[in-house]
Design a protein around this ligand. Structure first.
Ligand code: ZN
Length: 164
């Protein structure tokens, strides 16, 4: 009897993520190696893990997630004016560039530059996939029990999983 996806299982998947217009945003089908993760620990978006519950090897799952169940809605408060002098001298700044900015509390925020002025740089710190309807096409390519070590670490080891 083949195993089915449930909390505590190591699940291998191939996935393709498209936006509402059918553009491929991300896929691991071309690399030849499945992604392996520990189910039930929010390694994936919760709505994606919900959609995989009870599935077995070779099952194909299509999921459409509104932004609220994906990477959130866009928040205009996350479009910020940053003083240009806070950027390192000589750093190239241009609209469309992605950057990581260290916040005062030490966290690193990903951002995209929207505009560059003499005094200020306008950056958008929304998640790149915020506000986007997500279309997942997922093939389950393996389900197995997690080892005690994987449970202790909270992630999958081995092929497609965490490397130490
Ligand atoms: Zn580990």
């Amino acid at each position: 009897m083949s195993q089915t996806v449930a909390t505590g299982k190591i699940v291998g998947i191939y996935y393709t993520l498209k936006d509402g217009a059918g553009h491929v945003l991300d896929t691991n089908r071309k690399g030849g190696k499945p992604l392996a993760y520990l189910h039930g620990k929010s390694a994936l978006l919760p709505a994606v893990e919900d959609g995989l519950n009870g599935k077995a090897k070779n099952d194909f799952v299509q999921l459409t997630l509104p932004p609220e169940k994906g990477y959130g809605v866009r928040n205009d408060d996350l479009i910020r004016q940053v003083e240009r002098k806070l950027f390192p001298p000589g750093q190239e700044l241009a609209p469309g560039m992605r950057m990581n900015r260290r916040l005062q509390d030490g966290r690193v925020a990903g951002a995209i530059i929207l505009a560059v002025g003499d005094e200020h740089v306008t950056v958008d710190e929304n998640h790149p996939l915020a506000g986007i309807e997500l279309h997942f096409e997922i093939t389950v390519c393996g389900v197995r029990d997690a080892t005690a070590e994987e449970v202790a670490h909270g992630h999958a080891h081995g092929e497609g999983g965490h490397k130490h």
